[in-house]
Write a protein that binds this ligand. Structure first.
Ligand code: PGA
Length: 266
């Protein structure tokens, strides 16, 4: 089975400048308790990655890129490659719904990025999830099927061991900004996670479907951490706006640790 280590990723999106990010890291590193059962990853803007990589204690936190271009080098003005991120980050988000929907990233882009991350020794976090319309039309399973098949095409079973999947219903992402966070029903999450693991089983076999790390994301707050992490097969969380404050994020980390402890007792 997948390890009971919880993987918690803070996706800061286009927030926090270099100064704010450095202060945040300083503050969080003072209060965070390192637990062997929790892996904490910070995904700041590309601009901030380099300086945070010099400041970060990798025993406390790993770093993730939010995006990169899939070619290793060349005439691609404005882009950063996974080759250039190698050694700076340990993880990279790939195919986040904001990249798919605002920047028109296709499944082909996504699959090229998954492969580029792996060949540069970076763990890709392949983000998938259905829109509100697809959800209302009961297309969640189909979307999961297509996005996994598209994003993982050409990835071998051995390479899959480096891949993390993040299931994020698009309609729940950032849905809590400025109001009450949307909470996705646990039944919806269960259904989606079953679909993810079934598709991995179909593509790579039973063992791979049990061992792959799958995260949940979409308006996660301190109040919902325990509920989502208590579901079978939910190995961690991708947290957006609730990760922008170091105190709030630290509370999420403590709750994730408690969930990991509870798993061990079972
Ligand atoms: P949210 O973002 O927690 O603000 O909904 C999650 C994400 O986009 O990864």
């Amino acid at each position: 089975m997948a390890s009971d280590k919880k993987l918690i990723i803070a996706n800061w999106k286009m927030n926090l400048d270099m100064h704010e990010a450095s202060l945040y890291l300083h503050k969080l590193s003072k209060m965070v308790k390192v637990h062997r059962d929790t892996e904490v990853v910070l995904a700041p803007t590309s601009l901030t990655l380099q300086s945070l990589s010099l400041q970060v204690n990798l025993k406390q936190f790993k770093l993730a890129a939010q995006n990169f271009y899939w070619r290793d080098s060349g005439t691609y003005t404005g882009e950063i490659s996974a080759t250039q991120l190698r050694g700076v980050v340990q993880y990279a988000l790939v195919g986040h719904s904001e990249r798919r929907h605002i920047f028109n990233e296709s499944d082909k882009d996504v699959r090229n990025k998954v492969a580029a991350a792996i060949r540069n020794n970076i763990r890709p976090v392949l983000c998938i999830g259905e829109t509100a319309w697809e959800h209302a039309n009961n297309e969640t399973k189909d979307v999961i099927h297509d996005q996994l098949a598209g994003g993982l095409a050409n990835i071998t079973g051995e390479e899959l061991e480096k891949v993390v999947i993040a299931y994020e219903p698009v309609w729940a992402i950032s849905a809590g900004l400025g109001s009450t966070p949307v909470s996705v029903s646990l039944d919806d999450v269960k259904l989606a996670f079953n679909a993810v693991r079934n598709q991995i089983k179909h593509l790579y076999g039973q063992k791979a479907s049990e061992s792959i790390q799958v995260l949940y994301g979409g308006s996660v707050t301190g109040d919902s951490v325990a509920d989502y992490l208590s579901l079978p097969g939910v190995n961690g969380l991708l947290v957006g706006w609730a990760s922008l404050n170091a105190n709030t994020f630290n509370e999420i980390l403590e709750k994730a640790h408690k969930s990991a402890l509870a798993d061990k007792k079972e």
